[in-house]
Design a protein around this ligand. Structure first.
Ligand code: UGA
Length: 469
């Protein structure tokens, strides 16, 4: 380079995002925020219309202000079809749903449909395009299903059409943060051109890029979720021991997690993991291993072990109340965790069913997920227990209740007001997340029972003495 000339980064390729659900939208806005021109497309016309005017369909912390600022900056725009997406964008990320299918396998229907439409739009083009699989798909899918289907429909080959994998690690409730500032970016590529393009779109992200093959990248995604689910399940099992021997699971796990080989995160015991990812991904990985003839006994136990913890949570409520027949229980927190309106696989569903089946009337509340919960509760298989009272305030849920059960640790519940205790027939809080801070637990205006917390003198047994040598 000639002396004195300033180095300048070449302009970034335009990014296209196909599918503007939770993950697609957060990803699109993160690119836009990092100064990458981004266009998005979704098959739902009303969603496209809302997004254009800076309104979103989902509740996610920080998403709305980011959407508004990136729409205003014109770095994020919404197009009305695949053809326009392909015309404008060089790197196209597929953020399409991969729901659970029968037998634990994922249902590739929505992805195959999207790939077909994208392939049709790519037909006849000569400029290089890179299609990146962001949806969670079992290892091997990008190379053995997506690439051949796309090449066949588009009538193009790797000379002008690249295919790569780039799994996402966004957690609901912290999606915006996770998308803007990921701990690592994993890309799976089979050529240098693909790697170069992905490096270029991620240039301004402050995160290390881990470059693997597409199949390895897909396996990283599944392994990460399975490992996190394993950590949670491990903490849940130890929490049951802590209840019996006496002790507080959070203090125990703090002691365990300070070992950097273990790490402190995802050791918070609760009613079992929920959400759209852990169970689905563990089941899909287990099923894929089974198809390949690979024994994975540990993975195979995770979902049943999680179910056992949910049943334990319901038992804890039954024991604390002392029989549920004819009682009124306030179930607080219906989302699969605090900070989201998402109720997919929420433990609130099996817990509510169990409590109603045992004879309780339930008064349910959530600051964000009440409507979504009403919808999935109504969509359950016929024949299940019914009869919930949907409450729009905590006070309404607590009115004359025999106990309050905290299923999701929303900040609103953590400050437990003395007048809330006075509203209840019996001021008893069964805290499945240990959401209430320690100083409130002993305030005296209510009785507190925490999952994973052994009560002094109850069930606490001295260890059996071995023979003295
Ligand atoms: C999870 C992963 O954390 C993300 O990295 C991943 O990208 C995402 O799945 C996905 O595959 O799309 P998410 O399901 O949004 O994210 O939520 P998590 O925060 O992982 O929580 C999952 C479940 O585990 C929740 O029910 C939560 O309450 C429970 N959990 C989590 C615990 O019970 N204890 C913990 O210590 C942590």
């Amino acid at each position: 380079m000639a002396h004195g000339r300033r180095t300048r980064n070449p302009p970034r390729p335009v990014v296209g995002i196909a599918g503007l659900g939770y993950m697609g939208l957060a990803t699109a806005l993160a690119f836009a925020h990092r100064r990458v021109p981004t266009v998005g497309y979704d098959i739902r016309p009303e969603l496209r219309q809302r997004l254009r005017s800076g309104r979103s369909l989902i509740y996610e912390k920080g998403l709305l202000p980011l959407l508004r600022s990136e729409v205003r900056s014109h770095r994020f725009g919404v197009v009305d079809g695949w053809t326009e997406l392909v015309r404008q964008a060089t790197v196209i990320f597929l953020c399409l749903p991969s729901p659970r299918g029968p037998t634990g396998r994922i249902d590739l229907g929505p992805i195959e449909q999207g790939v077909r439409e994208l392939g049709g739009a790519l037909r006849g083009g000569t400029e290089f395009r890179l299609v990146v699989m962001k949806s969670t798909v079992v290892p091997g899918t990008t190379e053995s299903i997506v690439r051949p289907l796309l090449e066949q429909v588009a009538g193009r080959d790797s000379a002008t059409l690249g295919v790569a994998s780039n799994p996402e690690f966004l957690a609901e409730g912290s999606m915006v943060h996770d998308a803007l500032d990921p701990e690592r970016i994993v890309v799976g590529v089979s050529g240098t051109r693909e790697a170069r393009l992905l490096r270029s779109v991620y240039r301004d992200f402050p995160s290390p890029l881990v470059v693997l093959t597409p199949t390895e990248a897909e396996l990283v995604k599944y392994s990460s979720n399975a490992f996190l689910a394993l950590k949670v399940t491990f903490a849940n099992e130890i929490s049951r021991v802590a209840e019996r021997v006496g002790g507080d699971i959070d203090r125990v796990m703090d002691g365990v997690g300070r070992d950097s080989r273990v790490g402190p995160k995802f050791l918070s015991a609760g009613p079992g993991f929920g959400g759209s990812c852990f169970e689905k991904d563990v089941a899909a990985l287990t099923e894929r291993a089974r198809e390949l003839g690979v024994p994975v006994p540990l993975l195979g136990q995770l979902v049943p072990a999680n179910g056992a913890q949910t049943r334990h949570a319901a038992d804890l409520v039954r024991e604390a109340v002392g029989g549920l027949e004819g009682t009124s229980i306030a179930l607080l927190g219906l989302a699969f965790k605090a900070g989201t309106d998402d109720v997919r696989e929420s433990r609130a569903v099996p817990i509510a069913e169990e409590l109603v089946r045992a004879g309780a009337t339930l008064r349910v509340h959530d600051p964000a997920a009440l409507d979504n919960f009403r919808t999935i509760w109504g969509q359950r298989e016929p024949g299940g227990p019914d009869g919930l009272v949907f409450c729009t305030t905590v006070e309404e849920a607590l009115d004359q209740a025999d106990a309050a059960v905290i299923q999701a640790a929303w900040p609103a519940y953590r400050r437990w007001l003395p007048r809330w205790s006075r509203l209840m027939r019996r001021p008893l809080v069964v805290d499945l997340r240990r959401a209430l801070p320690e100083r409130l637990r002993h305030r005296g205006d209510f009785e507190w029972v925490g999952l994973g917390v052994g009560r002094a003198g109850e069930g606490t047994q001295a260890p059996a003495r071995g023979p003295v040598p």
